[in-house]
Design a protein around this ligand. Structure first.
Ligand code: 5GP
Length: 206
């Protein structure tokens, strides 16, 4: 069992807290999320915008909103995003604001799966937007395991892998900033632990 580490300030019980999920590249956030959604389809995961190229099989509007840099920047200027970041020094990523507010208003369990910079930015904006957030860090069982997963995924070339591992080291060091830590040792167990956090925050019987 991995430990739950909670900050004092997040201990009171609130409904409709935004779950902000972060973890180093290739830790398996997407797989944990997919497992969670297969068991709890009532959870909504925000669809981010990105300027990176779609990977084979990725669908616009489902995995991401794929857009040009010009379009992204124009939307940024219109305050269309809750947060944006340049990830791995390569592409822009951002969370569209309105859908997040709409789902939270309906008390639908809402997850953002974003990078560390984005998670920090959401925390900074929480008061202004009247958002209650719970930040969750998905950790690998070890750094060596993370490297193995990144290489095993086989979707990146050598240069991309190098950049992602560099980012991963920085991200791993940020773990203490998060309210909850979940170790992705096995996907099924990690997803169940994540559901435990969501159920508690949204007052849902497990
Ligand atoms: P990938 O390109 O592998 O799908 O995602 C790369 C990284 O971008 C992941 O760490 C993911 O969490 C992050 N990411 C995805 N969407 C967003 C977003 O909307 N905002 C931020 N800040 N990061 C994001």
């Amino acid at each position: 069992m991995s430990e739950h580490v909670r900050n004092e300030k997040t201990k009171q019980s609130h409904k409709g807290r935004l779950i902000v999920l972060t973890g180093p590249t290739a830790v398996g956030k997407g797989t944990v999320e997919a497992n969670l959604l297969s068991k709890h389809p009532e959870v909504w995961v925000s669809v981010s915008a990105t300027t990176r190229e779609p990977r084979p099989g990725e669908v616009n509007g489902k995995n991401y909103w794929f857009m040009s840099e010009d379009e992204f920047v124009a939307r940024e200027k219109r305050n269309w995003f809750l947060e944006t970041a340049v990830v791995h020094g390569m592409a822009h990523y951002g969370t569209p604001l309105q859908p997040v507010l709409d789902h939270l208003a309906k008390n639908i369990p809402t997850i953002l799966e974003i990078d560390l910079q984005g998670a920090r930015r959401v925390k900074q904006r929480a008061a202004e937007l009247n958002l209650e957030i719970v930040s969750v860090f998905i950790a690998p069982p070890s750094y060596d395991e993370l490297v193995k997963r990144l290489i095993g995924r086989g979707t990146e070339n050598e240069e991309q892998r190098r950049k992602r591992l560099k980012t991963a080291k920085v991200e791993l060091a940020a773990e203490p900033e998060f309210d909850v830590k979940i170790v992705n040792d096995t996907v099924d167990r990690a997803a169940d632990e994540l559901w435990g956090v969501i159920a508690k925050e949204y007052g849902i019987a497990k």
